[in-house]
Design a protein around this ligand. Structure first.
Ligand SMILES: [Ca+2]
Ligand SMILES: [Ca+2]
Length: 115
């Protein structure tokens, strides 16, 4: 699903250069400055269960799109540091070209096995 969703953006396969801003590897969770996986890729994280802060110089309250290229793990974004406040959930193998109601809000996130 993730690959299909990326095709309109011009990413054509596994050989896409790692430096491309819109590229996100398999089993990685990526979060981007702008909608449609553009702008700086502030978060590029192997899908491992845990609790993570988004760097406050690089991503806090700036995330506008996200990819979850894992097949067993879900991601929950939190409005505030330390996993508090409103949440926004991204299921396994989901890509969100925008974050409705959650644009420029995420400051921390958790990753857990959800299937
Ligand atoms: Ca943004
Ligand atoms: Ca926030």
């Amino acid at each position: 699903m993730a690959l299909v969703a990326m095709v309109p953006l011009g990413v054509v396969g596994l050989s896409a250069p790692a430096s491309a801003g819109e590229w996100c590897g398999w089993n990685e969770i990526c979060m981007f400055e702008d909608a449609l996986y553009r702008g700086d890729r502030y978060v590029s994280h192997t899908a491992v269960p845990g609790r993570y802060q988004i760097d406050w110089w690089n991503g806090d309250n700036e995330i506008s799109s996200a990819m979850n290229n894992s097949f067993d793990f879900c991601v929950r974004l939190y409005d505030n540091d330390d996993w508090t406040g409103a949440t926004y959930t991204i299921g396994y193998d989901e890509v969100h070209s925008t974050l409705p109601g959650f644009n420029d809000r995420a400051e921390s996130f958790i990753v857990w096995r959800c299937r």
